[in-house]
Design a protein around this ligand. Sequence first.
Ligand code: FNR
Length: 375
Amino acid sequence: MTVSRRDAVLSTLALTASSMLAERTTAERTALAHAEHARFDDKLLNLDDYEQAARSKIPAVAWEYIEGGAADEITVRWNRDAYRAIRLLPRQLKDVGTLDTRVTLLGHDLAHPILLAPTASHRLAHPEGEIATARGARDASAGMVLSSYTTVPVESVAAIKPPLLWFQLYVQEKSYTRDLIQRAAAAGCTALCLTVDTPNSGARNRQDRSGFTFPPNLPHITSANVEYPIMWKDLEWIRAASSMPVLLKGILHPDDAELGIQAGAAGIMVSNHGGRNLDTTPATIDALPRVVDKVRGRVPVFVDGGIRRGTDVLKALANGASAVMIGRPYVHGLAVNGAAGVTAVVNILRHELELAMALTGKPTIKSLDRSVIFA
Ligand code: FNR
């Protein structure tokens, strides 16, 4: 079926309501996919296409910062390769006429399980920075985690009202950090994602070779009075600083997940910081099952790193993740087309997830389990 651009725009308008829905019939999914592809760019069909297109939009030095990882970037590669190595084993003739991608995360109902991971300095990728990202998240019904190193005040981002807004915390001097937590809560953030994998960043050879430094005109939230690194005992005062639940981002070892739960963490985010910190850590999809087995459903487990396809999302959920986060891909979307680019990237991934759900015979997120993996 071919769809003219005008038809596509019209059907996009008609389908706006449908795109906000969590449940879609086969006919709605097909029409939406045609509309999306025609509306944006016929050539930008997947996340790798967005990566290629972003390359020419982002200044070379900033590109090295965004794309780069630590040291030899082995973990950067493993994050993606590990997904590719997992084979899927579909079941046929199931009722997949209507697919339901809804999830509930810490009491928030979301249309689908794809969130935006915290990444620093969105104004490196687009002049509207985190404002455009939040609009993109809102229009794609995606939850967003805002970095401590946002280049737009948290209040302005919260005013856009993405369906879920959590604040990522880098701990700095204590009273400064307490104020920052309270500011995020007052702005409307409903959880803190405490990044625990960064007592310092990794050996960022690629970034350093490029000569990257944060442009001085980007107003980071920082304090001259840095107090680092944090330890387990610090969770107490961080949790006490607001009523927001605290999730731990950057867990790889199951025992750290257990310690986190004992210390009151409301969620565990399996992450190796997109391969940017300690090189040669395992791919997050390889680390995930052990963490999930340790956590035993007591709190939701999230995973990020290397997710570029709907089948990757499906594999993460099948291995026990409650939701996934993407980092670099939405920054690419932001660079290519601002808010609409962020929306497009999430919509592509969500649509691919729906295709994979139908093709594996799994009509709901709950129905995804390890039986879909060819072991
Ligand atoms: C990040 N990441 C990150 N994490 C965090 O907790 N606070 C931050 O400020 C940042 N900043 C940041 C900047 C850039 C440019 C990147 C690429 C990443 C890590 C991020 O949250 C996430 O863990 C990874 O990006 C996930 O990997 P993928 O999806 O980029 O492969």
